[in-house]
Design a protein around this ligand. Structure first.
Ligand SMILES: Nc1nc2c(ncn2[C@@H]2O[C@H](COP(=O)(O)OP(=O)(O)OP(=O)(O)O)[C@@H](O)[C@H]2O)c(=O)[nH]1
Ligand SMILES: [Mg+2]
Length: 682
């Protein structure tokens, strides 16, 4: 089937773990005729959870993509993982769609993940809808759930259909409201939603008030509805049972008739050029324009090689098209172009604006790359997506000698696939550190590495990423003078250091007067200072939040050279820092610990002995609590062991960077003594 941009709908299924997204994804594919029978999560037979780890754990870990041709519509569906540990891929998936359908487990009601996803989708300007799943379950109180939802997410949340015959079918409340439902009156529900929709547009509102609903054409209603979604003025609620299929076809009809198509959604801001010349450009969904596409998913398939999945914003990507990657000068030729159906690929020969497709075997492609075919010198960029900074680290080394290179390659490939996975290498310590969002996140990643690439590792807690700064102002001086045979080296620098507020970074200024230091040597002084910044002055950690002002110096017309000023700058800076009350800073993290209620006392008691500040607790359903605290990272590097012991494996936690604070005096003394700076010959 050939489709145009107006016929495309891009919808992500998101929400709390276990809400039923993968089961709904399967039911939608089945109802839309994309598969002949629906698989189940229990049997590991779904299109979406095809990965061995997903099958084993019965939870999604990666995003999965498949499409349905329904009526005149081509619906691209993205199934995302509910676990917060895998929110890297989930958030990337949201960047490719117009609509985020947040799936809610009717038995559990609003959960942590429901709130999180509603928030993310709103923040990103997506159209949102709520899908209440599991209406087949006995004893669910759907009427109260709607009230709860409206209380929490606002009165703009309104049902577009309602369950009837005790959950055996749903009745439409929007298009042709008729019949009775299990609760609430269909006509009233209809009235409420129409009132909400017409409110968005004065003209439509005027006509409606004068001549009633019949005066509005279906197109007018669609446009007003779509505008409501785009502006967050309406969050439609619909009901399904992913297991029995009730409400599933109705969901597809809603997508077809009401959800925004790619030319209606909020397009992301692309930028052409860099620096002062950067100009925002709005991608136009014109199939004849230059290509602009964004890569939102990378798959390093051990058999097929590297696959990049992208969303087209403008122009048409064809097989054999030459595309550039970001500001790269060398284009690549699109060879294997395909649509995804879970793990399978369906060959296509072109992809139009708004569509989602993949290309294979292009090594240079990376996550969030912009693909384009603009031949001029200007470069296209997309504002980088905002991802949580991973703080949970493990130092890794190969379990078997000689696999260092293999390990580095495997880690690189894994981190390409997940924006919340980072690999750092500390050359001085020869330590590789993998950072992720949680214990579970890293555990599964390392398991996958073993399975996919045959590399096993031993892990231990990594060194803490301390920082250095200064506590006061001071002046420093150094005269660098050397006479070796013929020409000598000479440079003399006086400088002042001042603390900047936390997060202030680094500032460098030259206030010397009357050419005591010729201009060409100022960058050399800065270079020397930056060497200290990078390696630290007292404990070997990067220095931050300092201002350096050069205020005097001397040079020699023959002997002054760049190296002399690099060295003088470095030593003068070290001299100043030593007098400016140097401080070692440590990372403080926000810690969320989720545990059964009865463990609360042991957890808070344990945290109290870790210099933690408890900020509060949140009750969850099912007798669980989230304890929120701020704590030095150094105190929780091995927290999973303690948590497991206290809760018998029932607890989990997540950390993210909050800020840096000075370490206690005793710790600073210990860190400084342990540091033996490399003496460099200069
Ligand atoms: N009774 C009933 N069970 C359902 C329904 N939908 C899903 N389930 C079950 O709920 C469990 C979780 O379903 P999934 O589809 O894996 O949930 P998910 O939202 O994809 O979970 P994550 O991938 O972890 O985010 C499975 O055992 C499903 O069979 C439903 O409509 N009714
Ligand atoms: Mg799932």
């Amino acid at each position: 089937m050939a489709w145009s941009t107006e016929n495309i709908r891009n919808v992500a299924l998101a929400g709390h773990a276990g809400a039923g997204k993968t089961t709904l994804f399967e039911a939608l594919l089945h109802a839309g005729g994309a598969i002949s029978s629906a698989g189940t999560v229990e049997r590991g037979s779904t299109v979406s959870d095809f990965d061995p780890q997903e099958k084993e754990r019965k939870h999604s870990i990666h995003t999965a993509i498949a499409s349905i041709d329904f009526g005149d519509c081509h619906i691209n569906l993205i199934d995302t993982a509910g676990y917060a540990d895998f929110r890297g891929p989930t958030l990337s998936g949201l960047s490719a769609v117009e609509t985020c359908a947040v799936v809610v487990n009717a038995t559990n009601g609003i959960e942590h993940g429901t709130r999180r996803l509603m928030h993310y989708a709103r923040q990103r300007g997506l159209a949102r809808m709520l899908v209440i799943n599991r209406i087949d379950m006995e004893g669910v109180d759907l009427e109260s759930l709607i009230e709860e939802i409206r209380g929490e997410f606002g009165n703009e949340c309104l049902p577009v259909n309602l369950p009837a015959d005790r959950g055996a079918r749903v009745v439409d409340c929007f298009f042709a409201p008729q019949g009775t439902s299990d609760f609430g009156d269909v006509a009233t529900a209809h009235q409420r939603i129409i009132d909400q929709v017409v409110e968005i547009n004065e003209r439509v509102m005027g006509r409606y008030l004068e001549d009633g609903e019949a005066a509005l054409s279906p197109q007018e209603l669609h446009d007003a509805f779509e505008q409501c979604l785009r502006e967050g003025h309406l969050v439609p609620i619909c009901f399904v049972s992913a297991r029995s299929g009730v409400g599933v076809k109705e969901f597809l009809e809603l997508a077809q008739r009401l959800l925004p198509n790619p030319s209606e959604g909020n397009a992301p801001p692309f930028v052409k050029g860099t620096g002062a010349n950067a100009q925002p450009i709005e991608a136009k969904p014109d199939p004849k324009a230059h290509v602009i596409a964004d890569v939102f998913k990378i798959i390093n398939d051990p058999f097929v090689g590297k696959l990049a999945v992208f969303r087209v914003y403008q122009g048409t990507v064809r097989r054999d098209t030459q595309l550039f990657i970001d500001d790269g000068k060398k284009p690549f030729k699109v060879g294997h172009l395909f649509k995804l159906h879970g793990k399978d690929h369906i060959e296509i020969d072109h992809a139009i604006p708004g569509d989602i497709a993949g290309v294979a075997k292009v090594e240079e492609i990376h996550f969030d790359a912009v693909l384009h075919d603009s031949h001029d010198e200007d470069q296209f960029h997309l504002k980088p997506l905002d991802f949580p900074q991973p703080m949970f680290g493990l130092a890794v080394e190969p379990a078997h000698k000689g696999q260092e290179q293999k390990l580095a390659t495997a880690l690189h490939k894994l981190s390409e696939e997940d924006p919340c996975l980072r690999v750092e290498h500390n050359k001085e310590l020869n330590e590789s550190v993998v950072r992720g969002l949680s214990d579970l996140h890293l555990k599964l990643t390392l398991e996958r590495m073993k399975e996919r690439y045959g590399v096993e590792v031993v892990t231990r807690p990594p060194r803490i990423a301390y920082r250095e700064t200064i506590g006061g102002k001071a002046e420093g001086h150094h005269r660098h003078k050397k006479q070796t045979g013929g020409a000598g080296q000479f440079g003399e620098v006086f400088l002042r250091v001042e603390p900047l507020p936390r997060g202030g970074g680094f500032e460098f200024r030259d206030d010397s007067k009357g050419g005591v230091i010729p201009n060409q040597y100022i960058p050399a002084i800065e270079k020397g200072v930056r060497q200290v910044l990078e390696h630290g002055a007292i404990a070997g950690y990067p220095m931050q939040d300092v201002r350096v002002i050069v205020f005097d110096g001397k040079y020699h017309p023959v002997d002054s050279k760049e190296v002399a000023f690099v060295s003088a700058g470095k030593k003068a800076f070290l001299d100043a820092v030593a007098k400016a009350r140097p401080i070692v800073l440590e990372p403080i993290v926000n810690l969320d610990v989720t545990v059964p209620e009865h463990n609360m006392g042991d957890i808070t008691g344990g945290l109290a002995s870790k210099r933690a500040r408890i900020n509060g607790t949140d009750s969850l359903r099912g007798g669980e609590l989230v304890i929120k605290a701020q704590v030095p990272l150094a105190e929780v590097v091995d927290y999973q062991t303690e948590l497991r012991a206290i809760t018998g494996g029932q607890g989990r936690y997540a950390i993210e960077l909050s800020h840096y604070d000075p370490v206690p005096a005793q710790v600073q003394k210990h860190l400084s003594e342990a540091y033996k700076p490399r003496v460099e010959e200069d």
